[in-house]
Write a protein that binds this ligand. Structure first.
Ligand code: PLP
Length: 393
């Protein structure tokens, strides 16, 4: 049989992660020690009491039915968490929708709001799921560059008038992946005004909201006056609570938008395994203890890698949060080739900036998923790399 993929499949090119991993494994087989800083998969296990609860709940005969739109206990815990941590009041029945990890929510959300021809404002570079969702909906991305000059924040004033008029959705991610820029109330106020002016739905991806290393927590988009009129925030238990494999996240905000998302999801899936929802609720109710430990660990890693790379002449994007370091390397070679060369010479596995968009050329993304000693060793290895040192391409 001749299998012919749809034309749309041309928009879903295989990601580079698989190739990098295979190349790294090949080097390991030849005796190279690998230090994997490629994926943002948490290396810290979930708290003991969460694993114990999961174990108990899975023994119950009653745990195995469809949960459809989810159990109210989880939605209520999300609202309590938002109230305590972000001072945002939410209605658990109308302003919360669960998603199977935020990846699922991000990829499906544009389908609920965008038609072919609509424009979605997103960034370059950006987390890869945004483009997947935009393409699935048949919408067209308009990329706002993240540059050193604009503090790695999308410059809304630079979006041409005719693009803003056609835009239906704006996707933001602060602290971001791959660029860990932080949000501010002033910036979010600008976003709300822009969204109201052009009637654009805002989706703020807050996956790294608990990863901050100085001062106050990054502000929630929904804490901005008027934000609930124009948009939504998506957050996940994956990173902040080390529950990535359980696949649980949520979208909160505008009730009318949440209702449309629930309608879409009722056609796509039948809910998340009940023990996962109940464990996630417990995690949210105990968030302050769990995330304080996480921050302590990640702050030390963040400092080690930021200082280490700076000391070997890499130019790191300044940041006080996030799970990644975004850094420009001092060699005259393109990002993709450099990623493979770095593995071959040092065993350090990083993701080339171009995996997240053309503006990532010259940059690498390094995930803070190894302990401080290993990160120091990674810097030491990278300092010995042997490539012609010139201005980057
Ligand atoms: C910015 C951002 N959003 C969403 C996700 C997806 O996370 P999950 O589907 O595990 O919630 C990731 C994963 O790396 C991410 O970096």
């Amino acid at each position: 049989m001749k299998v012919q993929p749809s034309q749309k499949m041309s928009l879903f090119a295989p990601a580079i992660f698989g190739d990098l991993k295979q190349f790294a494994l090949d080097q390991q087989a030849k005796g190279m020690e690998l230090i994997d800083l490629s994926l943002g998969s948490p290396d810290i296990p979930p708290a003991d009491f969460l694993r114990e609860t999961m174990s108990e709940l899975t023994k119950l005969e009653t745990s195995y039915g469809y949960t459809l739109t989810g159990v109210q206990t989880f939605n209520e815990a999300v609202c309590r968490y938002y109230k305590r941590v972000n001072s945002v009041t939410l209605d658990p029945s109308t302003e919360v929708v669960q998603t199977i990890g935020s990846q699922e929510g991000l990829v499906h959300l544009p389908v609920a709001f965008c038609d072919p021809g609509d424009i979605v404002l997103t960034t370059n570079p950006a987390y890869v799921a945004y483009d997947a969702g935009i393409h699935l909906a048949g919408a067209t991305p308009y990329y706002m560059p993240l540059t050193k000059e604009n503090g790695y924040l999308p410059d809304l004033a630079a979006v041409p008038e005719h693009i803003a008029q056609k835009a239906k959705l704006l996707i933001l991610n602060l602290p971001g992946n791959p660029v860990p820029a932080m949000p501010s109330i002033a910036y979010f106020e600008e976003v709300v005004a822009f969204a109201k002016k052009y009637n654009i739905i805002v989706l703020h991806d807050a996956a790294y909201s608990e990863f901050y290393f100085k001062g106050d927590a990054p502000i929630s988009f929904l804490a901005t006056p008027g934000a609930k009129e124009v948009g939504l925030e998506i957050n996940s238990l994956s990173k902040s609570f080390s529950l990535a494999g359980t696949r649980i996240a949520y979208i909160v905000g505008n009730a009318e938008m949440v209702s449309i998302l629930k309608q879409l999801k009722s056609n796509l899936d039948f809910g998340i395994f009940e023990p996962i929802q109940l464990v996630a609720a417990k995690a949210l109710d105990n968030a302050e203890n769990i995330t304080a430990n996480l921050r302590q660990t990640f702050a030390a890693r963040h400092k080690t890698l930021m200082d280490g790379l700076t000391s070997i002449s890499w130019e790191v994007a300044p940041s006080d949060g996030g799970m990644f370091v975004w850094a420009k390397f001092p060699y005259s070679i393109d990002s993709k080739s450099f990623a493979f060369e770095a593995i071959a010479q040092t065993g350090v596995v990083m993701v080339p900036g171009t995996a997240f968009g053309t503006a990532g050329e010259g940059y690498m993304r390094l995930a803070l998923v190894q302990d401080v000693e290993t990160l120091s060793r990674a810097v030491e290895k990278l300092s010995k790399i042997n490539i012609k040192k010139e201005a980057t391409v």
